[in-house]
Design a protein around this ligand. Structure first.
Ligand code: DMJ
Length: 591
């Protein structure tokens, strides 16, 4: 049967979760809750481009009524038999709706996956955001982000295509894992920014060139958050199963890292040979590394139905939870892969090597539908620990900052990495945690902004030292020679996004706009790309370092784009949780 939709806009949203899903007022089915398993005869591009042309729906099961297994069986048959697969849509009112699984869902999914995909789709609430269905209206600031992205992408495409990172000055590239890191990290950003042509070109590279059967050592944490996280979110946004298949392959190749005497994973694993090991100089892993892979491994299990990913990652969480050596919920920075105990006791930071431990406690709790109490308790205890041991105020502006503790000695040192914390605290408050968390978030947000504002280039140093004394010094933020660099990191704009989304205070957008301006002034390389710089205090000679980190495209520009959006439903914080590399993953059972 075919049903023609005469192209009346605007389109209705369907109750599926995938962008690319096309929905139209479509009369079909007589029951109170008509159901249809159908597909658009034209590609979903017709919808995305807002084509007023009639679109025909082929309806495979014209007689499916509520309560029958017909549609589900058809869907499974579709997966098993091949051919384009389309989604089952249930309409709440007659006269609705909808369905397609995205432009490039591949046929021939093994039954186990077909089933889990079905469960996944059926489990998610809400609709894809209109921006994913129609050409998204973009305001001037968002257009400036798109322009920055295209400039960065042009450099990568010309000089580093398929390699890990662009070296924009020498117009070449660097390899870390040799897996097209920037390309994978940037996939979902392209989707969100509406850069379909670029996305499709990158997808083709993933399909034709990305191979994980390679004799190469990868860092478990870095490759999980960037590659596994990037593939999973590309799958969720596009509905394209290619990305899930790649994610599953990659996840399998990371698993040898968990074969250690303590079940605390090694930091390195060879994805070709399956041999895992710690770095050459130690048998320790860092605490942030082993505790910030759980969002991705849990989601991979949920999508594939293969529990081993989740079990391995959650075993780490359980063991770290039970360890001695914490201080009111604060964790040391290292953990031994043989003994499973913390090492280098007595040193506490929210910066490098510990940062995302705290972030993932909260985010896993959110991901799992706020049911896993132990995660919440550990997070709440840690926030109290931060308040008790690590907070101080600077002079002269009395900025609240998070310092470090070294065997009882406080140091007024704060990595830029710590600037993820205002966003995380605000997110927790949004999900029902105490209002004081939001107050602390706002105070810390001011501080992170001042880390940019008080520098001559308007860009933050890698690490700030805060002035604690009443002197003639006018700046709160002091910088040591070794810390003057800026790597295009995202944490401050990430937090600005959360703070704006959750308070509506436009000053956060304005601060982000200033930061984008500074990136454009001091880090943009005319021939394409952006470069990290060595000196944020010398606007005349910022000393570009010839490297564009993958997270500039994966995170920094994505968060800026989202910050400038006034639409709370664009990747709603009630539907998605962002991994520590800014890749959105669905909340399993949102409240
Ligand atoms: C990214 O890889 C992630 O944000 C990680 O959590 C910290 N380091 C970089 C960005 O600064």
């Amino acid at each position: 049967a075919g049903v023609t939709h005469a192209g009346g806009w605007p389109l209705r949203l369907c109750p599926g979760d995938r962008p690319g899903c096309c929905c139209a007022p479509l009369s079909f089915g007589d029951g109170p809750r008509p159901m249809a398993l159908g597909r658009c005869a034209e590609s979903s591009d017709a919808f995305l481009s807002g084509s007023p042309a009639p679109v025909t729906f082929d309806v495979h099961k014209p007689d499916c009524t509520p309560g029958t297994l017909g549609p589900l069986l058809s869907l499974l048959r579709c997966f098993l038999e091949g051919g384009p697969c389309w989604d089952l849509v249930q309409a709440d009112q007659p006269g609705l709706v909808a369905s397609s699984a995205g432009p490039s869902l591949q046929p021939k999914v093994p039954p186990r996956q077909a089933h889990s995909l079905w469960g996944h789709r059926a489990g998610l609430p809400g609709c894809p955001h209109p921006a994913f269905l129609l050409p998204a209206p973009q305001n001037e600031r968002q257009k400036a982000v798109v322009d920055a992205f295209l400039h960065a992408w042009a450099g990568y495409r010309k000089f580093a295509w398929g390699h890990d990172e662009l070296k924009p000055l020498t117009r070449s590239f660097s390899e870390w894992f040799g897996l097209g890191l920037t390309l994978i990290d940037a996939l979902d950003t392209m989707w969100i920014l509406g850069l379909k042509k670029e996305f499709q070109e990158a997808r083709k590279w993933v399909s034709k060139k990305l191979r994980f059967r390679k004799n190469v050592d990868v860092n478990l944490f870095e490759s999980t958050i960037r590659i596994l996280g990037g593939l999973l979110s590309a799958f969720h946004l596009s509905g394209d199963i290619l990305f899930l298949k790649k994610a599953e392959d990659f996840g399998n190749r990371l698993m040898p890292a968990f074969r250690t005497p303590s079940k605390i994973p090694y930091s390195m694993v060879n994805i070709g040979t399956g041999v895992a090991h710690p770095p050459r100089w130690t048998s320790d892993s860092t605490v942030a590394e082993v505790t910030s892979i759980q969002l991705e491994f849990r989601e991979l299990s949920r999508l594939t139905g293969d529990k081993k990913f989740q079990e391995a990652a959650e075993e780490v969480t359980r063991r770290v939870h039970a360890l001695h050596g914490k201080l009111d919920g604060l964790v040391p920075m290292f953990i031994n892969t043989n003994s499973g105990s913390f090492t280098h006791l007595g040193m506490f930071t929210l910066g490098a090597r510990a940062d995302s431990y705290y972030e993932y406690l909260l985010k896993q709790w959110i991901q799992g539908g706020k049911k896993e109490r132990q995660l919440l308790e550990d997070y709440l205890e840690a926030v109290d620990g931060i308040r008790k041991h690590l907070l101080a105020r600077s002079e002269p502006r009395k900025l609240t900052f998070v310092g470090e503790l070294n065997h009882g000695r406080f140091s007024a040192k704060m990595d830029h990495l710590v600037c993820f914390l205002p966003g995380t605290l605000a997110l927790g408050a949004h999900h029902g945690l105490p209002a004081e968390h939001m107050e602390l978030a706002q105070a810390l947000m001011d501080t992170c902004y001042q880390m940019y504002r008080q520098m001559e280039t308007g860009l933050s140093p890698e690490t700030a030292h805060f002035n604690l004394h009443h002197t003639k010094i006018l700046k709160d933020v002091q910088v040591k020679a070794a810390d003057r660099h800026n790597l295009l990191r995202p944490e401050t704009v990430e937090s600005l996004f959360y703070l704006y989304r959750l308070t509506g205070d436009r000053k956060y957008q304005d601060w982000g706009w200033e930061i984008l301006h500074s990136f454009n002034t001091y880090t943009r390389v005319p021939s394409g790309g952006y470069s990290s710089i060595s000196n944020v205090q010398d606007p005349r000679h910022p000393q570009p370092r010839d490297k564009m980190e993958s997270f500039f495209l994966g995170e920094t520009l994505k968060y800026l784009y989202l910050l400038f959006s006034d639409d709370p439903d664009l990747l709603s914080l009630d539907t998605y949780v962002f991994n520590t590399e800014a890749h959105p993953l669905p909340i399993w059972a949102p409240s």
